[in-house]
Design a protein. Structure first.
Length: 174
């Protein structure tokens, strides 16, 4: 078996660019990263067209008995599927879906709702800042406060943590 270095090189470059796009998206605010909804498909389509034309022009060599396996593997890695699988495997099992602020008794309460990638609720976390209307304050001003109930994927309770002014005062593991 011989290696189709051209197809392998194209697959490597394609996946490096995909990875760089992914890194760029992960550092952007959600609304700004929406432009990649258009960039990704165009990039994939252009790559598939280029590789398709090259494969058709070089089909006698690329699909000969000695190059066939390496060509097929390289061409597979020029599709979005390996990247999507990698992204699904590398994605965290939970992510932040919403957060909010409210003012109560002269304090600002911050809440975060975390869900599993399957959509089920994981935990709602609460913090308290000792000043009112602290929506734009630095996160270091907020201390964990309240009851955090961690749920499993089957909605069973895994753990209950109770915080008061930044200190864990009770932890119950189920």
């Amino acid at each position: 078996m011989k290696f189709n270095t051209t197809a392998i090189l194209i697959a490597i470059i394609y996946n490096v660019i995909n990875f760089l796009f992914w890194l760029r998206i992960s550092t952007m605010p959600n609304a700004t990263s929406m432009v990649y909804i258009f960039i990704y498909p165009y990039f994939w389509i252009i790559t598939l067209i280029i590789v398709g034309i090259m494969g058709f022009r070089n089909k006698a060599i690329w699909f000969s008995k000695s190059y066939k396996v390496s060509t097929i593997v390289a061409l597979f890695f020029c599709t979005p599927f390996p990247f999507m699988w990698f992204k699904a495997i590398a994605a965290p099992s939970t992510y932040l879906v919403s957060n909010g602020f409210s003012t109560r008794d002269g304090h600002t309460i911050k809440s975060e709702e975390w869900v599993y990638n399957t959509g089920g609720l994981s935990v709602i976390k609460y913090w308290k800042a000792d000043e009112p209307n602290c929506n734009d304050c630095d996160s270091s001003r907020f201390k964990p406060d309240g009851v955090w109930v961690y749920l499993g994927k089957k909605k069973d309770t895994l753990r209950i943590d109770t915080y008061k002014n930044g200190k864990l005062i009770n932890e119950i593991k189920k």
